[in-house]
Design a protein around this ligand. Structure first.
Ligand SMILES: [Ca+2]
Ligand SMILES: [Ca+2]
Ligand SMILES: [Ca+2]
Ligand SMILES: [Ca+2]
Length: 275
């Protein structure tokens, strides 16, 4: 086989491979990016973390992406999501006629994550965070309202702290007569790797949430019990600080001045040599 015919054959095979890859790209791309068919929240960057006190102040959540939701027709509310370089921040308002104060009346929200964003699970180590109105006693943080759990095949979702993990984050809530209001923070990437997600700027993670009123789970949002129907949360990257126009202009002027000076020096030097 001559060199030319070999090259022709090689390039025709390469062309076919490239065409096949191009044709398959939308499918490959879809399977990676769109592992969940629900809504997409974020990216929403905040440079100021909210105060986790259970009061959803409009100012402190102004950078958040929001989504209205309804669970079991009568539990309606709004979910707020944003992040900085340390934490994911979630807040939600949800209609409820009372604030549960004991084992029979307690209310809680639990948000489940598909850590590896493959639309399949739950899998070992998948993260879950939430808020419970009666609070819990944490071995590492004392009395808290935060729920920090993970999934294990033997027991389903259970507390990180029961299996050598740690409670990570903050949660607080209030009741305003119409809504239960919750604020939660959870680290993007802490050292409790076996029980918490590890998220980086630009990552996408699937999530859904359940709500319980009077200690009974009333429903899920999105309704799909399959992870493929869950929502996506996109982690925001830092917003770069704007470059002052004066700074750019100064740099250009300085560069032009330096070039002119160098050119003039070179011309003078040439003239001196001739003299
Ligand atoms: Ca309630
Ligand atoms: Ca998964
Ligand atoms: Ca944890
Ligand atoms: Ca966890």
């Amino acid at each position: 086989m001559g060199v030319i015919s070999f090259r022709k054959k090689y390039f025709s095979i390469l062309s076919v491979v490239l065409l096949m890859f191009a044709a398959a790209w939308p499918i490959l791309h879809a399977s990676v990016v769109w592992a969940h068919s629900g809504g997409v929240l974020g990216p929403a960057w905040t440079s100021t973390p909210p105060t986790i006190d259970g009061i959803i102040d409009a100012g402190e959540w102004s950078s958040a992406d929001t989504e209205a939701f309804t669970i079991a027709t009568s539990y309606a509310g709004t979910l707020y999501v944003m992040n900085d370089d340390t934490n994911v921040y979630l807040a939600l308002s949800i209609t409820d006629d009372d604030w549960g104060t004991d084992l029979n009346t307690r209310d809680f929200v639990l948000i489940f994550f598909d850590n590896d964003h493959d639309g399949y699970g739950p899998e070992l180590g998948d993260d879950a965070i939430g808020f419970i109105t009666t609070g819990v006693t944490s071995p590492d943080l004392g009395f808290i309202y935060l729920i920090d759990q993970f999934w294990r095949p033997q027991s389903g979702f259970t507390w990180d702290a029961l299996y050598d993990g740690t409670d990570d984050g903050e949660a607080a809530g209030t009741f305003n007569g119409t809504y239960n209001l919750f604020e939660i923070s959870h680290p993007l990437n802490d050292v409790d790797d076996d029980h918490d997600f590890s998220l980086f700027f630009g990552d996408t993670v699937g999530f859904s949430m359940i709500y319980a009123d009077n200690n009974e789970i009333v429903g899920r949002w999105p309704e799909s019990s399959s992870q493929s129907g869950w929502n996506d949360l996109v982690i925001a990257s830092p917003i770069p600080a704007p470059v002052p126009e004066f700074g750019v202009a100064s740099s250009i002027i300085a560069a032009v001045a330096l070039f002119s000076f160098t050119l003039a020096t070179a011309i003078l030097s040439k003239k001196k040599t001739r003299l």
